[in-house]
Write a protein that binds this ligand. Structure first.
Ligand code: BEZ
Ligand code: FE
Length: 285
């Protein structure tokens, strides 16, 4: 019989998994076990605390549905999602940021210059820029897939009676790699805080607000797709976004549009403001 104590148990558990030597799964499991055991020893976890953690995870599972993934939210507020984004950003490419829970993979195809927010109130804005590779060569045909909240901070998908495909669309960059469209500026909004993750935020005296942002997935043939967000200079919660999504390189400068301003782009409306944001993709491989 193998005797284990509070120190030798870590090695014993690692050895109990019969994974291939040097494999990725072996590394992932071994490190998980080491860090979990080290944490447990370091904080001297009590039975009550241990059961508290397990009940918390159980509650996260209980409130989750296909439309509400509480574990992703937990990962977000712990900075786990942001850390995975950070370590997977390729050198020279636009930094990655949260996917969030409101992405739909079949957003409507839009034409360059379209207005994404027909019939909606708010400050209208021209969004434009280029999609390039890391050497700044344009990527014609790149897909700019975007989704956003409205000017009150709500995603149409969150509201009964609204078209869930509103405020989202896919644009194709032109032969210079340019994209351009108009929309309304989104407002900050809260992540869902009526479940266990909300309890965690309250326990830590944290708020649930996200800085206002536009979501993007940018894809181009032969390049690594990026999932990211664009934020706006001098807006609320840039310093304390609830899911740690803000990076300096993802903050755009909004400029008012003057009555005398003209645009090289064919637009459907004359916007109140404008900003430019270039996306950079790294090659696959
Ligand atoms: C969002 O940006 O849409 C989002 C991100 C994390 C949690 C909830 C919402
Ligand atoms: Fe969002």
């Amino acid at each position: 019989m193998k005797d284990v104590n509070e120190f030798t148990i870590t090695q014993a558990v690692k050895e109990s998994f019969r994974t291939e030597d040097g494999s990725r799964i072996q590394l992932l499991l071994n490190k998980l076990i080491e860090h979990l055991h080290d944490y447990t020893r370091e904080v001297n976890l009590t039975h009550e605390e241990w059961m508290g953690v397990l009940t918390f995870l159980y509650d996260c599972g209980k409130i989750s549905t296909p439309d509400r993934h509480e574990f992703i939210l937990l990962s977000d507020v712990l900075g786990f999602s942001a850390l995975v984004d950070m370590i997977n950003t390729r050198g020279g490419a636009t930094e990655g940021s949260n996917l969030g829970p409101f992405y739909l993979d079949n957003a409507p195809d839009m034409q360059l210059g379209d207005h994404l927010a027909d019939g909606r109130d708010g400050v209208t804005v021209l969004v434009h820029g280029k999609v390039t590779d890391t050497l700044r060569n344009p990527l014609p045909g790149a897909i700019v897939d975007t989704w956003q909240a409205d000017s009150s901070g709500t995603y149409p998908i969150q509201e009964e009676g609204q078209d869930k495909y509103d405020l989202r669309g896919k644009f194709v960059a032109n032969d210079k790699g340019e994209y351009y469209y108009t929309t309304v500026l989104p407002k900050p909004y809260t992540v869902p805080y009526d479940g266990p993750v909300g309890d965690l935020l309250r326990a830590g005296n944290r708020h649930a607000w996200r800085a206002a942002h536009l979501h993007y997935i940018i894809r181009a043939a032969g390049m690594n797709a990026i999932t990211t967000e664009v934020f706006f200079e001098n807006t609320e919660y840039l310093d304390n976004d609830a899911v740690f999504g803000v990076r300096r390189s993802l903050i755009a400068k909004l400029e008012p549009v003057k009555p005398t301003d003209t645009f090289d782009f064919d637009l459907k409306i004359k916007p109140d403001a404008k900003f430019k944001f270039d996306f950079v993709l790294a090659p696959q491989g």
